[in-house]
Design a protein around this ligand. Structure first.
Ligand SMILES: Nc1ncnc2c1ncn2[C@@H]1O[C@H](COP(=O)(O)OP(=O)(O)O)[C@@H](O)[C@H]1O
Ligand SMILES: [Mg+2]
Length: 205
């Protein structure tokens, strides 16, 4: 029997259902070729840069894509050209939510973390205070018709997005259209997203 952190019993079928959705979506998005990715990125950028909360945002947290996620590099370039301040997540187990966000410019040195993801190098002047953030672009593996989100399974964004309303930034999920499922099996700690943007649609709840 498996109990999670909260002492909640997690049945085998519940866990395997979440994991099989993760596996299916991750293999689907890894099968996208470079040309399709380019097209997806173009459409996503178009949607994002014409979306009012992005237009109005000064500080935007984003992530560097892995694992077939929509390519965020061209998006970061466009946002920097529009004079947005960009922040990237860094995994640090000594902070409460495990994620801190660091200012990124084309001059910022990047290093690989334990998951093979590039992270900016931290110095005392480039750490973001979440209360100063306007928009957080959030990665996801699957989402459903109610805005529930499934991540890679480590809960980093669930912890970071706890009480996001209090900080007054807007979380926006970024995904491929096919990452939508009818209904996700959710856990008590899962934080749903108020907005998810795909190449063809802006979902709002
Ligand atoms: N707010 C939280 N506080 C403490 N642990 C959490 C919190 N949110 C998630 N977790 C932990 O993270 C783990 C992974 O969460 P899960 O929702 O399955 O991952 P993901 O959201 O990445 O798909 C959970 O088993 C849970 O123990
Ligand atoms: Mg979760």
């Amino acid at each position: 029997m498996i109990f999670n952190l909260y002492g909640i019993f997690m049945s085998d079928s519940y866990l395997s259902n979440r994991n099989s959705i993760r596996q299916k979506m991750r293999s689907l998005r890894n099968s996208i070729n470079a040309k399709q990715q380019q097209k997806i990125t173009k459409l996503l950028i178009k949607k994002l840069v014409s979306y009012l909360p992005i237009i109005q945002a000064k500080k935007i947290a984003i992530f560097l894509s892995i694992d077939g996620e929509p390519n965020t590099k061209p998006l970061i370039k466009v946002l920097l050209e529009e004079n947005k301040q960009i922040f990237l997540p860094v995994i640090k187990s000594y902070v409460e939510n495990d994620l801190i966000f660091i200012n990124y410019t084309p001059k910022t040195p990047l290093i690989l973390n334990t998951f093979g993801i590039l992270e900016p190098i931290i110095n005392k002047d480039n750490i973001l205070n979440l209360s100063d953030l306007d928009v957080m672009l959030v990665p996801l593996v699957a989402f459903d018709r109610k805005g529930q989100r499934l991540g890679m399974g480590r809960g980093y964004y669930d912890r970071t997005l706890q009480n996001w309303q209090k900080y007054n930034f807007l979380p926006i999920g970024i995904a491929h259209d096919f990452q939508l499922v009818e209904k996700l099996p959710t856990a008590k700690w899962d934080i749903p997203l108020p907005i998810i943007i795909t190449p063809s649609h802006i979902w709002q709840w």
